[in-house]
Structures are given as structure tokens and as C-alpha cells.
Ligand binder design. Structure first.
Ligand code: F6P
Length: 515
């Protein structure tokens, strides 16, 4: 029977009966995490058919190709070596080069943090401003926010990504240019937003630092010639972001040097160790217990066969509040595609819309929609308290996560409502019905640590790549981001009144904006 037939069969099955049959039989363990996959529209036969698909599409071979450094990014003729950023002693020369880029960044970071590398005037730095966007921003921002309580004293860390001038204004507000280090991260060193903000930051530093202003800059890029030309100053520092590391896979790289400077030593080390252990899990674990393969198959199943167009990640964890935004780029820029590497149109749905937020907060916002709108959205609960010293808070966080998953799955029939609240008028009772049948996965860790954040993100990287293999897309290029940038450049003369926009609606909008 085909996956489509299984999906049609299971869509009309009782969700409660399906999951009762799976209870306790669909938990996967991965470094630092337990993952329960019970509550999904699956049964033994559908799982078997998915396993056959995994074999047909050679997922284990795809894992091997990744770790062998094969050209998995065919449109850019590149390997994807992000795993080498956290590998202890990789075999190939290319992987060793990637690995050494991290070591160089870490030694620079410890010299800055330790006061051996100082300002132009010979003083220690007191603030770091990280300027970058997309994969050159989301990752370091997530790690620094997650472990904000693990910062070294006396070093403030700010971020700037937006073209809106206010973003840099706020990032620089109250800082002293004479003791501030600017970390500029741009793999291409051609991203308009980053170059705009770096130029303004340079003016700001030069307003207070004359000779040696370059020592207030660390630039991280795969384009050292562009960075060197931009700096035009021998005192600046340039770190390598290898071409074989995709921007949205670069959280492990020198691009996170600001975190290495500001956070205590063990944070980034533990973070990369968790990812390295997850790499081992993914490389060596047989399919049925391989968390990345199981999750990739589920993503493929839920979007291409069950027809669920989105997935909500509900982080029951304050440290993971930026995780949904980070994963949006990782998953949607990787797999939000509809043409194969060979140029053929793909005939199924591919990556779903990924959204979400902090679970506790969402319960007072969009959970009404999750429970009672007609839409069925698979949810992903990630329960990992940031602190465990208050039992009442941890118990409450846990109880709410478990309760939300149960109600989403089981719903509440009119009969149940009327049995529990017989005094309710029928029209109110009817409004208290929950359709249920909402699938969910439940990730759990007793407390969120740098190790577990690293293993979780590495897991999602592998899941994203393998789901891309199943959907038939190249997860490592992003041709869809180019057109908008090109068109923006073409509209600037129209905005300056020197030209007219080709598109009549845009032209009318510009007229309105200028009035
Ligand atoms: O969004 C497009 C993109 O190229 C991302 O893939 C990348 O992470 C971001 O822009 C920033 O690019 P760069 O690091 O080259 O400035």
C-alpha cells in the first residue's frame, strides 16, 4: 500500500484509538533528550511503509555522504561541513580546515576576554556589538540569550541586524566607542544590511578612536579580501567562516565569537560537545532508533501525505524562547522549495510553515486557535526548564505542557462536556467542544544546558537535511532570497525620484509614500 493510501486510511481513523495503540512504544532517545512520538497519525503498517521509503531514498546513505564530505550542495558544488565545526579530529583536510577555524576564533576570544587583546588605547573592552543578519545573527543571538546568566562580568553584549537605523542606535546606546568591540559577521561580506550597519558602527568608533580604530573590529567572513579592503587597517582581526559551512548551519563557527568572548568558557565548549555527540548518534544509530531519521520521516509524512501545512514549536523553556525564530531560517530557508536539484517540479508539499514561541506565553495567545480553529497543526513541545531550584514552577511548567498536548490530541466531545457540566445551556456546551486529533511530538530534558541546546540544534540540522532528501530538495542553497535583494536595489533610484518603478502598483505605492 502506498503512503498516500495509508494517509487516507489513517485520516479517517479514530486518533484516540491510534495513539492508545502506540502509547509507550514511540519514544526515541538522543543525547540529552527523550522524544515521544506517540501522538501522530501513524500505525505499525504506516511506519513500515515509511521505513521502506527511508530505505528507497537511502537516508542512511545520505547521512554517510554528509559526514564523508561529499558534494551534497549540488547547485553550489560544495560539501556541507558544519559538523566539522564541532568534530574533535576530523579526517579530511577540508574538515580539518573547518575545525581549525573554530580554534582560531576561540583563542582570539579568550585573549579578548582575558584582557590580552585590548582597545586602541590599551584598555580592556567593556562591550561587544554583534552585527550580522540571518545565519550570521540568529545563532549567536539564541546562544547568548539562552545562557544570559552565564556571562562573564564586565562585558556587555548587544546585537544589531535590522536596516532600520533605530536598531544600531539602540545597540550603541550608552556604550563608549573607546571600549567597544564591533563583531561583524557576514559570510559573503556583501549583505546590504550588515554593510550598512558596519559602516555606521565604523563612523561611531572613529568618532572617538583615531589611529588603531581597526583593533575595535573583528570581522568573520568567507570573503577575507572584501573584509580586508573594507577595514583598510592592519589592526583589525579577520576570522574564517568556511565556504563549506552554510550560513544557517554556522552557529558553531567563528560567527559566534561574540558568545565565546562574553559567555563563560564551558558554555560554547559544552554546546559543541552536545552537537558532536548528536552527530555520533545520527551517524551510528540504526534507523528505527535514529532520532534525526524518525523526525525527518515524520516531517515528510505530516506535510506531503497528511497535508498539514504548518508546525508549531512550543518551547516550555525560557532559555529556548528564540529557538522558533532560529529554526524558521534553518528549516524554511533550507526546504521551502518546490524544484529539485535536477530542475524538476516537486509534486508534493515540502517544508511546512514553522512557527511558535514560549509555550506558557502562547497558552494566553494562539492556543485558542490551536484547540478550536478548524485547522489541524502538528505541535512540538520542547519541555526543558531553565532552572530547577523551584519545584512549584517546574511542576507547573510540566503540567501545562502535558495538559496542552493531551487536550490537543484527545479533544472533548459534546457528551463529555454535558456529562461534566450538565447545567450548561446547549449553545455554550457546544462552544466548549474541542475537536482533538491534533498530533504532537514531546521533547523533554530535565533542565536546559549548553550541551542539550547543542545536541538539540544538531538534531534539527540533520532532521532538516534528511527531510530535504525525502522531499527531493537541496537543503543547502537559497536561490529564493536573491530576487528580492535585486529588486530592492532597482527601486532605490525610484525612491530618490530619479527613475520610475516598472511595476504600476509599486510605482503608485512610491507616489503615495512620497506624498
Ligand atoms: O537570507 C539570505 C542569507 O544569505 C542567509 O542564508 C544568510 O545567513 C544571510 O543572508 C546573511 O548572509 P551573510 O552571512 O553572507 O551576510
Amino acid at each position: 500500500m502506498s503512503l498516500k493510501h495509508h494517509a487516507d486510511r489513517l485520516k479517517s481513523s479514530s486518533f484516540r484509538k491510534l495513539i492508545e495503540a502506540r502509547a509507550g512504544m514511540a519514544t526515541v532517545s538522543a543525547p540529552g533528550w527523550s522524544i515521544d512520538l506517540t501522538r501522530h497519525y501513524l500505525d505499525v503498517d504506516a511506519e513500515a511503509a515509511l521505513a521502506e521509503t527511508a530505505a528507497e531514498k537511502n537516508l542512511k546513505g545520505a547521512v554517510t555522504r554528509l559526514f564523508d564530505g561529499d558534494i551534497v550542495n549540488t547547485s553550489e558544488d560544495r560539501a556541507a561541513l558544519h559538523w566539522a565545526l564541532r568534530a574533535g579530529a576530523p579526517k579530511s583536510e577540508a574538515a580539518q580546515k573547518v575545525c581549525s577555524s573554530v580554534q582560531t576564533a576561540e583563542s582570539l576570544a579568550s585573549r579578548i576576554a582575558g584582557g590580552q587583546m585590548v582597545t586602541a588605547e590599551g584598555r580592556p573592552f567593556t562591550a561587544i556589538v554583534h552585527i550580522g543578519i540571518g545565519g550570521s545573527d540568529f545563532g549567536p543571538r539564541l546562544v547568548a540569550d539562552a545562557f544570559h546568566d552565564c556571562r562573564r562580568p564586565g562585558l556587555e553584549l548587544r546585537y544589531c541586524a535590522n536596516l532600520d537605523p533605530l536598531d544600531l542606535d539602540l545597540a550603541l546606546e550608552g556604550l563608549d566607542p573607546a571600549t567597544t568591540l564591533i563583531v561583524g559577521v557576514s559570510k559573503s561580506f556583501g549583505t546590504e544590511e550588515t554593510l550598512y550597519n558596519l559602516a555606521r558602527a565604523r563612523d561611531w568608533v572613529q568618532s572617538s578612536v583615531n589611529d588603531g580604530w581597526g583593533s575595535h573590529f573583528v570581522l568573520v567572513t568567507a570573503s577575507p579580501s572584501r573584509a580586508t579592503a573594507w577595514l583598510g587597517n592592519p589592526d583589525g582581526h579577520i576570522l574564517d567562516l568556511p565556504e563549506t559551512v552554510g550560513g544557517r548551519f554556522s552557529i558553531w563557527s567563528a560567527g559566534s565569537v561574540a558568545c565565546s568572548i562574553v559567555l563563560e568558557n564551558d558554555v560554547m565548549r559544552e554546546f559543541r560537545q552536545g552537537a558532536a555527540d548528536m552527530d555520533t548518534h545520527v551517524a551510528e544509530t540504526p534507523m528505527a532508533e535514529n532520532a534525526a531519521i524518525r523526525l525527518a520521516l515524520l516531517d515528510y509524512w505530516n506535510s506531503a501525505f497528511m497535508g498539514f501545512g504548518s508546525r508549531a514549536l512550543l518551547a516550555y523553556s525560557r532559555r529556548l524562547r528564540l529557538l522558533p525564530a532560529y529554526l524558521q531560517q534553518l528549516e524554511m530557508e533550507s526546504n521551502g522549495k518546490s524544484v529539485s536539484p535536477g530542475g524538476e517540479a516537486i509534486d508534493t508539499a515540502t517544508a511546512p510553515l514553522l512557527w511558535g514561541g514560549e509555550g506558557t506565553i502562547g497558552q494566553h495567545s494562539y492556543h485558542q486557535w490551536l484547540h478550536q480553529s478548524p485547522a489541524i497543526v502538528p505541535t512540538e513541545f520542547v519541555l526543558a526548564p531553565g532552572a530547577t531550584d523551584d519545584a512549584e514552577g517546574v511542576t507547573g511548567l510540566t503540567a501545562h505542557a502535558l495538559a496542552q498536548a493531551e487536550v490537543l490530541a484527545n479533544g472533548r466531545t459534546l457528551e463529555e462536556v454535558r456529562a461534566e457540566e450538565p447545567e450548561l445551556p446547549l449553545e455554550i456546551a457546544a462552544q466548549k467542544v474541542h475537536a482533538g486529533g491534533r498530533p504532537s511530538s514531546f521533547f523533554h530534558a530535565p533542565v536546559l544546558t549548553p550541551y542539550r541546546l547543542g545536541s538539540l540544534i544538531a538534531l534539527f540540522e540533520h532532521r532538516t537535511y534528511l527531510a530535504g532528501v525525502l522531499w527531493g530538495v537541496n537543503s543547502f542553497d537559497q536561490w529564493g532570497v536573491e530576487r528580492g535583494k535585486t529588486m530592492a536595489g532597482r527601486l532605490k533610484p525610484a525612491l530618490a525620484g530619479k527613475d520610475k518603478a516598472d511595476d504600476p502598483v509599486t510605482a503608485a505605492l512610491i507616489d503615495t509614500l512620497k506624498r
